[in-house]
Design a protein around this ligand. Structure first.
Ligand code: CA
Length: 229
């Protein structure tokens, strides 16, 4: 999962970036509305945290522009004071949730988890596929109830695949959702991560769809193609 933080207070931006990084997100940051708008429109984030009081372009305008451009990424807005009119303007511009400063980082993380999983069509905070389960709250993965140790990149990749189960995910899409923009992206490393993940969760769990990408499957279930609907 990959997140964008648009916040002009450099200390808060860094603090939020650390919190999200620690929670397993690849994180990009912007400290003004112009940079934030540009990143949000050009990079495929899974969730965005947007402060409303920003230099260059204000947050509500940034959000309006994203929505006009068809950016459907869930956006949580940060409001400086408990001003109802600011929240209304934010929601009307296309916000999905809000937090009023100051807030506890745990509350932000909980709201972002809810936004990302709802955007992917999941109601529960634990994602499951056969004997594999991913606890989005604790960023932990279990196979048959046994905790599996994963590196941050392996976790991000598995989390993305589990949020989008039964869909074929291209290598490019994986690259875009597990690395931040400053990372030296090399799509060959995707194959390496998939290989390591297969060793840890079972080789049949990640199916290679030749020429298209990868798909998370439950090997104990019948072929998904046979299902209706
Ligand atoms: Ca601000």
């Amino acid at each position: 999962m990959r997140a964008l933080i648009v916040e002009d207070d450099p200390d808060l931006n860094r603090q939020l970036s650390d919190v999200l990084d620690h929670a397993g997100y690849a994180v990009d940051g912007a400290t003004d509305g112009e940079d934030g708008w540009h990143l949000g429109e050009t990079e495929p984030y899974d969730v965005i945290v947007l402060d409303l009081g920003l230099p260059k372009i204000d947050g509500v305008t940034v959000l309006e522009r994203w929505r006009e451009a068809g950016v459907a990424t869930p956006v949580l807005i940060l409001t400086a004071r408990d001003r109802w009119s600011e929240k209304v303007a934010g929601f009307d511009a296309g916000a999905d949730d809000y937090l009023t400063k100051p807030f506890h980082p745990e509350e932000l993380l909980a709201r972002l988890r809810a936004l990302t999983r709802r955007a992917a069509g999941h109601a529960s905070s634990t994602l499951e596929s056969g004997n594999l389960s991913l606890d989005t709250r604790g960023a932990r993965v279990f196979v048959d109830g046994q905790l599996i140790k994963l590196t941050s990149h392996e976790f991000r990749m598995l989390s993305y695949l589990m949020h989008h189960q039964e869909r074929v995910i291209s290598r490019t899409e994986l690259v875009e959702h597990i690395y931040d923009q400053d990372f030296d992206r090399d799509s060959n490393t995707i194959e390496v991560f998939v290989g390591r993940l297969r060793k840890k969760i079972g080789s049949a769990r990640i199916e290679t769809v030749r020429g298209l990408g990868y798909r998370l499957v439950d090997p104990d279930e019948g072929r998904t193609d046979a299902k209706t609907g």
